[in-house]
Write a protein that binds this ligand. Structure first.
Ligand code: BGC
Length: 743
């Protein structure tokens, strides 16, 4: 089984490599050992003298951010041929959503709810980056993200532990392949361990306070899942977790990762995050930082040099033992053996497909197609029929911007390979439809309305206005957080100006996060959310607009109405006074000088409805899917048993399409309170118009386990609700119970 293959590669095969590793470690001096624990940044296709010297002395374990094949080859040659022990290098790179062929941002890929697609995208990224000499990527990022202000939500797989686990594992499989030693496989890295996405106020690098129970039930499951699937490495988070920064967090790295999960791979710090332990105020200086990090279990230091400078004296003083260092080094060496670097450290580009080849672009197009989420489609204005429209106005700063459609974290992607929406629409319609184009504003951030007039003029004289709005790439990603997540610049004014013409508007949004769209929703007749769709975004979006495919993406995160609702996620707790339509009161309905009262009131804001604008799992199609006849194999199972859930899915429209069926449960009573809904299964299915199909899901009592008050993972007997449908607000429900005794 391929999925077990890479798990065993690190765990079981360790015994295979252990004699070689021990022998090698026994020949290493302290400098060489600490070298293996040190990762340095590359220098744009050059190897400065100091780096050459360090490589020759065997004092470098890994290089990051060098992607020039010739330079990498030369670095590998120096360490292999000129250093005393000839230990090859790990070459790390942030290959986050593609290398040269850029796929939708990870959050967009998550909207596909397709593990197969996510795996294929990661596979292509692995093949392309490996052909340049990269053998280790810093992905997947599996931080649960419930705050769209946080710029790195773009890089995440969304808000849900189950979806994030399934897709995270798929990404790991794609990068690592069946065998890490295969040409084209690269090591993956689960990051950022842990809780990084819970940064206060959505400000990157900010403090996180996450109760242990929530950490274990929400934030850790994706990490546990990829650890079990054999992810080669972990990366520590920059953030302070409950008062102890992750890079010095012994509880997290030792107790949870090593002792409880028995994780055999190695842990790398984040960029200078060991040195930053002192900036956090957790250590007084670099030496203490090196001690805390090594002691916690950070095996490799990224970029800063506290290990290099201070581990020797810490060992001399007996604070860190040589056997501890040997164990850290062994883990790094084990990955190098597993990758086959000792047999062949050099790039085998001729055995790998060409960068940006047709197959890779086809995967990118498919990924972008399945990632787009149709949020609105009044009067079925979409799909457009090119034979029945006279003229189209294409408007907006993102209609023809080859760079901005790529999104954040595209160090190696190049705009020149992108196909934009304008180009793709031109190709799709040929000369059947009159096409007019106006950017309207210069960039998504621009406040200059000087070019509105041209946009208004072409909209006025066209049958339909296709608007491409959103956020430029740089407005999301690391350290790029926003306190207000509406359409930036004067885009809201632009859409109003176009709406005033009376021409129907189809809005395509490209963005790195959910935006607050409530205000502009009424102005658009249809809204397609395309995230940052990558190299092939244009053709994919054109295919959807003209009905070659039906949209099938579903939201992997909740879309709030206003920023003040954040954090807003579907798996919330019920509270003692849950919000209901009956109890909800808008401030405008409260009489002036009303007497203070909380009677009959509930967990709501006074100035906005308590529901999201769009819920988790939501996404429309050009057809209509109907779910009915939900049935269970048994309504009562014992602990340790499973039940089968069947539901009939029908495509009752007249367009063939794919749908993502979602299964949710609620554990009604718990030793700790349980979320009002939890995703426990999903299936992406293709159904022809007019056809029905029975979908089956298996749910075991173990799937319902959670960490209780004593932090024990267990399933509690009791009553459960179960829903199946096309989004998290589905009302098609049944019930079952779990009991203690065997039937
Ligand atoms: C990021 C990591 C990334 C690393 C290397 C850091 O700033 O937090 O996610 O892998 O840089 O580029």
């Amino acid at each position: 089984m391929p999925s077990k293959g890479h798990l065993n590669l690190i765990t079981n095969n360790s015994s295979h490599y252990d004699p070689q590793i021990s022998e090698l470690v026994s020949r290493m001096d302290l400098n060489e050992k600490i070298g293996q624990l040190s990762q340095f940044s590359g220098h744009d296709a050059c190897i400065p003298d100091h780096l050459q010297k360090a490589l020759r002395e065997g004092c470098v374990g890994s290089i990051l951010n060098e992607v020039d094949g010739t330079t990498i080859k030369e670095m590998q040659r120096i360490v292999v041929e000129e250093s005393r022990l000839g230990i090859p290098l790990l070459i790390g790179r942030d290959v986050i959503h593609g290398f040269k062929t850029i796929f939708p941002i990870p959050l967009g890929q998550a909207a596909s709810w397709s593990p197969e697609l996510v795996e294929s995208a990661a596979r292509v990224a692995a093949l392309e980056s490996a052909s340049c000499g990269v053998n280790w990527t810093f992905a997947p990022m599996i931080d649960i993200s419930r705050d769209p202000r946080w710029g790195r939500i773009a890089e995440s797989l969304g808000e849900d532990p189950y979806l994030c686990s399934v897709l995270g594992v798929a990404m790991v499989k794609g990068f690592q392949g069946d065998n890490l030693a295969d040409v084209g496989s690269i090591a993956a890295c689960a990051k950022h361990f842990a809780g990084y996405g819970a940064a206060e106020s959505g400000r990157d690098y900010n403090t996180t306070n996450i109760p242990e129970n929530e950490l274990r039930n929400v934030y850790l499951p994706p990490f546990k899942a990829v650890a079990e699937a054999g992810v080669a490495t972990f990366m520590a988070s920059f953030s302070d977790l409950n008062g102890v920064p992750a890079s010095g967090n012994e509880w997290l790295m030792k107790q949870v990762l090593r002792e409880e999960w028995d994780y055999p791979g190695f842990v790398v710090s984040d960029w200078e995050s060991i040195k930053q332990l002192s900036v956090h105020g957790f250590t007084a200086n670099d030496k203490e930082a090196a001690f805390e990090a090594a002691n916690a279990g950070i095996d490799m230091e990224m970029v800063s040099t506290t290990y290099h400078k201070h581990l020797p004296s810490l060992i001399g003083e007996g604070k860190i033992s040589v056997s501890q260092i040997d164990s850290m080094v062994s883990k790094v060496l084990r990955l190098k053996f597993a990758l086959g670097l000792f047999e062949n450290p050099y790039i085998e580009a001729d055995r790998l497909p060409a960068l940006l080849c047709d197959e890779h672009l086809a995967v990118a197009r498919k990924a972008a197609t399945k990632s787009c989420v149709l949020l609105k489609n009044d009067f079925q204005i979409l799909p457009l029929d090119a034979n029945n429209i006279k003229s189209l106005a294409i408007i907006g700063p993102l209609a023809d911007d080859a760079y901005e459609q790529l999104g954040t974290w595209i160090f190696d992607g190049e705009a020149q390979h992108s196909v934009t929406c304008l180009q793709a629409i031109q190709d799709a319609i040929g000369d059947r439809v009159e096409l007019h184009y106006a950017k309207g504003i210069d960039s998504s951030r621009s406040e200059d309305q000087g070019d509105f007039a041209h946009a208004v003029q072409i909209a006025t004289s066209s049958s339909v206005a296709l608007m491409f709005l959103g956020e430029e790439s740089i407005l999301s990603g690391e350290a790029h957080c926003r306190s207000d997540i509406k359409l930036p610049g004067c885009q809201e004014q632009l859409i109003s100006a176009i709406a005033d013409t009376g021409t129907p508007i189809i809005l395509v949004v490209m963005a790195g996060r959910p935006l607050t769209l409530e205000k502009i929703m009424p102005q658009a007749d249809a809204v397609l959310y395309a995230w940052h769709p990558g190299t092939m975004g244009g053709p994919a979006i054109a295919d959807l607009l003209f009905g070659v495919h039906s949209p099938s993406g579903k939201l992997p995160v909740t879309f709030p109405r206003t920023v003040g609702q954040i954090p807003l996620y579907y798996g919330q707790k019920n509270t003692g006074k849950p919000a209901t339509n009956d109890s909800f009161m808008h401030m405008n309905d409260i009489p002036l000088r009303a007497a203070q009262t909380s009677l009959g009131m509930s967990a709501t804001h006074l100035d906005t409805h308590f529901t999201p604008l769009f819920s988790f799992g939501y996404g429309l199609s050009y057809t209509t899917f109907c779910y009915q006849n939900i049935s269970l194999s048994q309504h009562s199972i014992a602990l340790g048993e499973s039940l089968e859930v069947n539901v009939e899915l029908s495509n009752i429209g007249n367009i063939d399409a794919e749908e993502v069926a979602q299964l949710y449960v609620r554990d009604l009573v718990g030793n700790v309170t349980r979320p009002v809904k939890e995703l426990k299964g999903f299936q992406r299915v293709y159904l022809q118009a007019g056809r029905s199909r029975t979908l089956s899901f298996t749910l075991s009592s173990a799937d319902l386990a959670f960490y209780d008050r004593k932090m024990q993972l267990r399933t509690e007997p009791g009553q459960f609700h179960l829903w199946i449908g096309g989004n998290s607000e589905t009302e098609l429900r049944t019930e079952f119970e779990i009991h203690n005794e065997v039937n």
